[in-house]
Design a protein around this ligand. Structure first.
Ligand code: 1GP
Length: 245
């Protein structure tokens, strides 16, 4: 079964899936492996693995260690075309469709596609959309693109539908890691109702109640990074909030 099918099954069974972001720049491989086991026991459905910067030089070694620690899907969430590895279960093949930077609409893809094929890695075409979140985020700065204004759900809907018509399999509404304000609930509902493909929502979700509200607003998957890195004992509470939509 493909990882994409597994993600669809999770949404079907639980209403909303709970994903955790693992950042190799933040923890050692051993610490991440321990964290992954804790997350799996607490009800996490799958992991995204990546960073918009990648300072640490142990991408592959960390992935290998993580894969040995969990049976849940580990999906690369790449910050650039160099973040590809055969140790992952799949890769989000991201197009930053909210921006107008041609490198992130096609160029990085051309560089990584032959390597992904060679590694027999599952690529999941994903429409990645940055949503304004209060402060300039790393992903907005690094990608040299403007986010969609947070009060313009109609613009977000038009982008998401264009992504669907281009053949994307997922929409990712991203406020940015550590965002001051997460994606607004109203926008999540409107985009989820407007498109037929699943919607991932992440960035700046720090409290359990909001995570539940994101799920109830219509997100297919909620992704959390920072908030759990700082307090891993909260994983179970977030998982229950997301699954009880
Ligand atoms: C980043 O959406 C993810 O791509 C997670 O963000 O670290 O703010 O939870 P946080």
């Amino acid at each position: 079964m493909t990882v994409y099918q597994k993600l669809l099954d999770i949404r079907e069974q639980k209403g909303c899936g709970f994903l955790v972001l693992l950042d190799p720049d933040r923890k050692s491989p051993e610490a991440l492996a321990e964290y992954v086991q804790q997350c799996e026991k607490a009800g996490v459905d799958a992991f995204l693995f990546g960073s918009s910067l990648m300072i640490a030089n142990h991408f592959e070694a960390t992935l290998k260690t993580i894969k040995q620690a969990t049976d849940k899907p580990v999906i690369i969430f790449p910050g650039s075309s160099s973040m590809v590895s055969e140790y992952a279960d799949a890769i989000l093949f991201l197009s930053l469709i909210s921006g107008r930077n041609p490198n992130l609409l096609i160029d990085e893809h051309v560089k990584s596609a032959p390597i992904i094929k060679m590694m027999n890695l599952e690529a999941i075409p994903t429409a990645y959309m940055l949503i304004e979140s209060g402060v300039l985020t790393s992903v907005s700065y690094m990608s040299n693109t403007l986010p969609i204004p947070r009060n313009k759900s109609d613009i977000a809907c038009a982008h998401a539908l264009a992504g669907q018509y281009l053949g994307m399999k997922l929409i990712y509404l991203e406020a940015g890691s550590g965002a001051e304000k997460p994606v607004p609930l109203d926008m999540i509902t409107k985009v989820s109702e407007y498109v037929d493909i699943p919607v991932i929502v992440g960035g700046g979700i720090t409290d359990v109640q909001y995570a539940g509200e994101v799920a109830r607003a219509g997100a297919s998957y909620v992704i959390i990074g920072n908030a759990l890195e700082n307090s891993p004992d909260m994983v179970g509470k977030f998982a229950r909030a997301v699954h009880q939509r």
